[in-house]
Design a protein around this ligand. Sequence first.
Ligand SMILES: Cc1cc2nc3c(=O)[nH]c(=O)nc-3n(C[C@H](O)[C@H](O)[C@H](O)COP(=O)(O)OP(=O)(O)OC[C@H]3O[C@@H](n4cnc5c(N)ncnc54)[C@H](O)[C@@H]3O)c2cc1C
Length: 409
Amino acid sequence: MMQNCEIAIVGAGVVGLACALRLAQAGHQVTVIAPEDDETGASYGNAGVIADYAVMPVGTPDVLRNLPALLFDRNSPLAIRPALALAPWLLRFARESLPGRAQQNATAIAALLAPAASSWKELAAQIGGTGLLKPLGSLYLFETEADRRGTRFETYRAHGIAVEAIGRDALGQLQPGLPAGIGVGAAFFPNTITLDDPGQMLRHLRMAVEGASIERLATRVTDLARNKGGVTLRGPGLNLQARRVVIAAGAWSRKLAAQAGDRVPLDTERGYHLEYDSPAPRLIRQMTPVSRGFYFCPMAGRLRVAGTVELGGLEAPASPHRWAVLERGARAILPDLPEPDRRWMGCRPSLPDSRPVIGASRAGPEVIHAFGHGHLGLTLAPITARLVAALVAGRTPELDLAPYRPDRF
Ligand SMILES: Cc1cc2nc3c(=O)[nH]c(=O)nc-3n(C[C@H](O)[C@H](O)[C@H](O)COP(=O)(O)OP(=O)(O)OC[C@H]3O[C@@H](n4cnc5c(N)ncnc54)[C@H](O)[C@@H]3O)c2cc1C
């Protein structure tokens, strides 16, 4: 039997749930569709940083210069599982890494990041999650002088981001758990907020969604078709007619976007994490050894070590080698780390220009896209929800959405 709803949100990661809550608060009748409330997706396993300093896209001239070495060194922070299907994405990524394009991408990302921290504070207060926000700043750790020289302080400052260059002594004070002899200094981002537990924040969001009487359908959308009344969504046990649809299915959004009429070069940058249970925090602040591509994330009752990029598609099993690389890197900084208690792999939804897709489908405004946030989906979820709500209401959004349009490719 066909069901009806006003707005269907496809996806229940942090982006889909934030959009659902915002739209319900605006008085809409909302239905969320996603397979299950599992805790295995990117929105659960990330590094928990509201990374409002992260204006640089993944593709930059520096990355382009080092790309061959990065891709073919099995132990580098960027790995690839050789597959012909990845070639078009990589070619676009290489083009987006050229100086002019990288600059434009940084400007587009910076515009979204500017309201990120304030919009998270607002959302956290609404869902009872304020206590999970840790306003302790974050560190980019320099293991060598070359790390310091490679950090572009002027780029951050040009975008209005507070960053301090600190030496070994100040580093020791900010991160007392760091062993003597590790690190020559750091870049300190004093205003960065981190989450004590991204999974717990997601649970708060889910409870707020339930409290807002949003209907939840536990299945997968396999077919999306436009018709006179809006859009029909079908899948196992699903036959739903919606006036409007928001596609927020993370790394799985490409096929649905294509069915809506938009060819978007979405792929995935897979990321990994390890967790070490430790009732007493080993480190105080979130810290990234800059040349290793992962974060040390002190979280509730544990230390999470999260990051690295693997271009490997949605289907392949996790690579034990990537976990081993992460483990070796973590021990290079904290040599007495025991065996990890947990291992995880998840899929970032990534576009070659590191910008998300936020905006109405080119085939008609009944479908709105909200996916492709890459390394910044946690950070950008609340602002994305605000932008989507403005589009649904027919208001001019607070930001120019041209840089994030689905037809920019
Ligand atoms: C190791 C790692 C560290 C990271 N660190 C950070 C960080 O510190 N800060 C930050 O801002 N970001 C970080 N990210 C990125 C961030 O986690 C992601 O960008 C974000 O979680 C994406 O959220 P999403 O809601 O778009 O997608 P997801 O969380 O992947 O959710 C997608 C949802 O869509 C559903 N779905 C999929 N297909 C269908 C379908 N056909 N029908 C219905 N539902 C479907 C899924 O079940 C799921 O509910 C990190 C990512 C990784 C991997």
